[in-house]
Design a protein around this ligand. Structure first.
Ligand code: GLN
Length: 495
């Protein structure tokens, strides 16, 4: 009996295409896995059993009839609850949208469905994608499948945990300042934040529109590249979508790292970097040299200002974007004597602590008299960081460093200290501010047996070279994707 949940997306697709297993069997195996494990993990806000099985049955029928199938036919896909799914509750992890059913699908969801990926559920997340631990969900925290006492990272923690727990081979997440890369790092996964504009944001509930991007989680680089290929398309419904054909992400994947120039960011190895992360990341860089890459040290002098700039720009944009939750148009309403009282009551009851903190910081940073000192200043820093990257990329094909300064931390460890939580994003926000592609590749375990991730960054639209280097290193590292944890979470033995 083939153990389906440990298979990669590509293996599943090929098994389904060859008729060796049915798409219904694949969907059933993953739904059973979710129902057996998710009480402990908490990756899903809801599963879509009936819809998934119906789509899978349709794929099997079309295969039997000799019809064409999509490039991910029969592959289960988990979708972050920040992406609109027509007729299916989409909450953004917030009470204010607890019963919201969008009348349309996000463009990325449409493309995934057209590729015949089978959407099996919507995943938990930090409220409105604000957080680095998934503990800011209004519903429940998600746990890290490697150690259930620890966080999976965030904000796309549910998507990461689902893939790490073998509940799905693929998931969609979103990354504004690290929300794909950091949970991928903490859960031992490949996670890609594409170039800003490569994937349509239409139907993605907005947090900080100049930073938000949708991207894939997978257990292998090739799987991530396949899913990204499916969703990376121009979209006239998103004015920031890049209006030209995307680069071919699959063509040169196996070309190796020989002869490529890899810059190692000096500023990413300072205070606050855990010893175990430093060791594994340094070893990974040495392996790259062993693969023939020309490894050089580089400097991003303004990168240390990335975190303060990000924590002004992102809250500023969210204070504007979240003004739409007013108790009138959609979502929760708490009644009040006047419309202002109704709005205040609705927002007071509907938003959690972290969202309120950001709304206040952002409103303040944008207010007359403070705009220049905070928001405009942060935008200037953003430009300086983008120029730092340009200067380095004049001589380097990709640049690398740690994705996050720590491995997965215990639940509750940082919930009382927002700054400590924000510091987990210190290495991920610079690429977000510059709009360049960046990804996490798992490169080993620390002394506690927790995954450590390497971050790879490339110039705009140079995803192919980034994925190619990641693929070469992945093969050299041979990272095992077996989760640590209680009996119920251990990977079922492969066939
Ligand atoms: N952790 C960062 C924040 O809280 C990034 C979140 C994200 O990328 N959505 O803003």
């Amino acid at each position: 009996m083939i153990d389906l949940v440990t298979r990669s997306a590509l293996e599943l697709r090929d098994l389904v295409a060859a008729g060796e297993v049915s798409a219904v069997d694949v969907a059933t195996a993953h739904l059973e896995r979710i129902h057996a494990t998710d009480e402990r993990v908490g990756a899903f806000l809801r599963t879509l059993d009936d819809e998934a099985l119906a789509h899978a049955a349709d794929i099997d029928r079309r295969r039997a009839a000799g019809e064409d199938l999509g490039m991910l036919a029969g592959v289960p896909l988990a979708v972050k609850d920040l992406l609109c799914t027509r007729g299916v509750e989409t909450t953004a992890g917030s009470r204010i949208l607890a019963d919201y059913r969008p009348p349309y699908d996000a463009t990325a969801v449409i493309h995934a469905r057209e590729a015949d990926a089978v959407i099996i559920g919507k995943t938990n997340m930090d409220e409105f994608a604000m957080g680095s631990s998934c503990e800011n969900s209004a519903f429940f925290p998600t746990r890290n499948p490697w150690d259930l006492g620890r966080v999976p990272g965030g904000s796309s923690g549910g998507s990461a945990a689902a893939v790490a727990a073998f509940q799905a081979p693929l998931a969609l997440g979103t990354d504004t300042g690290g929300s794909i890369r950091q949970p991928a790092s903490l859960c031992g996964l490949v996670g890609v934040k594409p170039t800003y504009g490569l994937v349509s944001r239409y139907g993605l509930i907005a947090f900080a529109s100049s930073l938000d991007q949708i991207g894939p989680f997978a257990r292998t680089v090739v799987d991530a590249a396949e899913l990204l290929t499916v969703i990376a398309r121009p979209d006239p419904r998103d004015s920031t979508s890049i209006p030209k054909p995307p680069p071919n992400l699959l063509a040169g994947l196996d070309d190796g790292a020989d002869g490529l120039r890899v810059g190692v960011v000096a500023e990413f190895f300072g205070d606050g970097l855990e010893a175990g992360v430093r060791t594994r990341v340094t070893e990974a860089v040495e392996r790259l040299a062993g693969l023939g890459a020309d490894v050089v040290e580089v400097s991003l002098p303004h990168a240390p200002y990335g975190l303060p700039a990000y924590y002004l720009i992102a809250p500023s944009e969210c204070s504007s974007n979240l003004a739409r939750y007013d108790g009138v148009r959609y979502g929760l309403r708490e009644e009040g004597a006047t419309s202002a009282a109704m709005m205040a009551a609705t927002r007071g009851a509907g938003f959690g602590t972290e969202v309120k903190r950001r709304l206040m910081i952002g409103t303040y940073a944008l207010s007359a008299g403070y705009y220049d000192a905070y928001y405009a200043q942060a935008q200037r820093v953003r430009t300086l960081i983008a120029r730092d990257f340009d200067a380095v990329f004049a001589n380097c094909d990709v640049i690398v460093g740690p994705t996050a300064p720590t491995a997965a931390f215990p639940l509750g460890a940082k919930t009382d200290d927002p700054l400590a939580m924000y510091l987990n994003d210190i290495y991920s926000v610079p690429a977000s501010l510059a709009g360049i592609p960046a990804m996490n590749l798992p490169v080993g375990l620390d002394d506690d047996g927790l995954p450590v991730g390497l971050q790879l960054m490339a110039p705009m639209l140079d995803e192919p070279v980034m994925l190619r280097v990641a693929r070469a290193l992945e093969a050299a590292v041979g990272f095992a994707t077996t989760p640590r944890g209680p009996e119920a979470l251990e990977a079922p033995a492969a066939a």
